[in-house]
Write a protein that binds this ligand. Structure first.
Ligand code: NDP
Length: 337
């Protein structure tokens, strides 16, 4: 049972050498009377928040991985054996699992059984999984979009951002995204339907850049990165603007978080800035599926994935999130395809 384990706690930027690939053991037979399920993991979701669990944490509400144990996160798995009659051998499920080939988990931990298999299974780590629900709940519940409004999305080509942009277009908004390479900017404009996009690494004055794309200001800023981007956005917000705070990836690896100097704009512009965690939205999942599946089937919402083949390539994929190596949702295919 190949596993990716945490070798040491991460300080600043995570490195591949913070993890190890080991050969663990697992009994492929459930003990008598157990209500656990034995899962064969097919796809693992590579998410920025895993970095937070790899450190002794400064953020309230996040746990910490146990050293020398496999990383844990969301995944798509197939039931191999089940001690719970709700799950049968062969069922496909998604939810919390571990970074290993086979996992034994309490059946109560399974999030959802996968009912729709006419779409790629890997989508249940992304558009049909946690990041999709994050984009949907964050944008619609916290962004409260109205037709004709101006929307800015950072980390716009990623797992969450690419969907926020498309949901904004479906809502009749003008949407601009920022991303860290020319390839990503092209993707945003030519494949994902953003009105405009720019490479933030090439802009020396982000405040001026935002003024250029939003001469009348921003109504909704979907916050994925924090730091300098947030500081440049604040003076460019419109009266009664909203900032759903989804993530602040630029801050996760810093020993000292970057200061944001423009917060007073929250007052004068009556801006509503509110953080959320996807766990607040799981009750919306059936409604979300009903909304998003027809759009996928009709090609009205597309999803870009970056699939690393093989569990042994998991550490590099995870580390790559923090230098923008991923183009689209980073997935790990446990079994090479
Ligand atoms: P992505 O797929 O967007 O991958 C991360 C991307 O972040 C990279 O590709 C890179 O893109 C960008 N990035 C990395 N470092 C920096 C930096 N220093 N400054 C600016 N951009 C950077 O990840 P997700 O879509 O999964 O997550 C996006 C955000 O949403 C994260 O902050 C994450 O923590 C958060 N999140 C929050 C959830 C919640 O429940 N609140 C749930 C899921 C995600 P680029 O090349 O463009 O720089």
């Amino acid at each position: 049972n190949k596993q990716v384990i945490l070798k040491n706690y991460v300080v600043c930027f995570p490195k591949e050498s913070d993890m190890n690939i080991v050969e663990g053991t697992i009994t492929l037979k459930l003990p008598e009377g157990s209500s656990d399920v034995l899962l064969k993991n097919l796809y693992l979701s590579c998410d920025p928040y895993l970095r937070l669990l790899m450190a002794k944490n400064r953020y309230v509400g996040f746990g910490t991985y146990t050293l020398h144990s496999p990383l844990a996160g969301n995944g798509v798995s197939q039931v191999v054996e089940s001690g719970n009659p709700d799950y049968k051998k062969g069922d496909l499920v998604w939810g919390p699992t571990k970074w290993e080939e086979y996992s034994l988990i309490p059946s109560s931990q399974i999030r959802f059984k996968i009912e729709h298999t006419d779409v790629p299974l890997s989508y249940y780590t992304g558009i049909l999984g946690m990041p999709g629900l994050t984009a949907y709940g964050g944008f619609f519940e916290f962004g409260s979009p109205k037709r004709g409004e101006n929307v800015f999305v950072s980390a716009a080509s990623g797992a969450v951002g690419q969907l926020v942009g498309q949901f904004a277009k479906l809502s009749g908004c003008y949407v601009v995204g920022s991303a860290g390479s020319k390839e990503k900017v092209d993707l945003l404009k030519n494949k994902l339907g953003f009105d405009e996009a720019f490479n933030y690494k090439e802009e020396s004055d982000l405040n001026a850049t935002l003024k250029r794309y939003f001469p009348e200001g921003i109504d909704i800023y979907f916050e994925n990165v924090g730091g300098k981007t947030l500081d440049a956005v604040l003076p460019n917000m419109r009266l009664h603007g909203r900032i759903p705070v989804c993530g602040m990836i630029s801050q996760y690896n810093l020993a000292e978080p970057e200061g944001v100097t423009n917060l007073a704009h929250l007052i004068f512009k009556r801006i509503k800035m509110e953080g959320f965690i996807v766990n607040d939205f799981y009750h919306l999942y059936p409604k979300f599926l009903e909304f998003v599946l027809p759009h996928i089937r009709e090609g009205k919402v597309v999803y870009v994935e970056d699939i690393a083949e093989g569990l042994e390539n998991g550490p590099a994929a995870l580390v790559g999130l923090f230098s923008g190596r991923n183009v689209g949702k980073q997935v790990i295919s446990v079994v090479r395809e």
